[in-house]
Design a binder for this molecule. Structure first.
Ligand code: GSH
Length: 251
């Protein structure tokens, strides 16, 4: 595969040319690199996403609270097949089927079981959000920050900074995160000594979790480094190890 077959739409942040904090675009970026599929990135600011998705025919992925269609990234356009797709897990499934000679995200018959595992694990990871979300706006360009805040804060009914627990509430939130991640660590540990859910072989679940952790680390930046240090010390270093395993693909 010498030509760049895939156009990959990702979200611009101040981290550019490095990727930003979106766990969903990170998942597709990591999967493309893991598979060695050549791609070019089109970077979009948040307010540009809807118009560009409509222009290229990328389907909406949901609805906003007011009932209007929601267009999100990641999106890929595959120049070899003409396919334009949104929805990260659907994209990964497509890449595995369309490029069978590249490393497998879903080896054997593991598609269903891995999707189910990931869905359960991601709900546990979401507990991190209240402690990380307030760091995201600092990484966005002004035009994107206004859009990002207005969509999120309208839904939340408060500023994202107000979500961050303080004092005793923070201690309790950290305990909850540790317990939730502990559950996931327990499940992965059942697979044996290897770093990954399938032992030594990296597959979809590891990329999905590792990419999300890469995103969290980017979101936290220097100001939130102490929180990441804390997470890194839990569960025999499981989370930093997963993040590090994905880091070479998060580029
Ligand atoms: N279920 C979608 C979720 C993607 C998603 O929520 N993307 C966010 C960025 S993290 C987005 O593009 N939001 C557009 C907006 O807020 O206008 C997927 O897995 O691809």
């Amino acid at each position: 595969m010498s030509q760049k077959l895939i156009t990959f739409y990702d979200i611009t942040t101040k981290a550019k040319p490095n990727p930003g904090p979106s766990p969903f675009t990170a998942k597709v970026r990591c999967a493309l690199n893991f598979k060695g599929i050549k791609f070019t990135t089109v970077w979009l600011e948040y307010p540009e996403i809807e118009a560009e998705c409509k222009r290229i025919g990328a389907p909406p992925t949901g609805k906003r609270p007011d009932g209007s269609l929601l267009y999100t990234l990641p999106v890929i356009q595959d120049l070899s097949t003409g396919v334009v797709m949104s929805e990260s897990n659907v994209i990964l499934e497509y890449l595995d089927k369309t490029y069978p000679d590249t490393p497998k995200l879903f080896p054997g018959n593991t598609l269903g079981i891995q999707l189910a595992f990931d869905a359960a694990a991601q709900t546990r990871l979401l507990d991190i959000l209240p402690l990380a979300i307030a760091y995201i706006p600092a990484g966005l360009n002004p035009v994107a920050e206004a859009h990002w805040r207005s969509t999120r804060e309208r839904q939340l009914g408060k500023r994202v900074e107000e979500l961050e627990p303080k004092g005793e509430a923070r201690v309790a939130a950290l305990q909850k995160i540790q317990a939730s991640l502990g559950e996931v660590d327990g499940w992965i540990s059942k697979s044996g000594e290897g770093k990954f859910i399938m032992g030594d072989e990296m597959t979809f679940v590891d990329i999905s979790l590792g990419a999300a952790l890469c995103g969290v680390r980017v979101a936290l930046g220097d100001k939130g480094a102490a929180f990441w240090e804390e997470i890194s010390g839990w569960h025999s270093g499981r989370w930093e190890q997963l993040r590090k395993a994905c880091e070479p693909y998060h580029k």
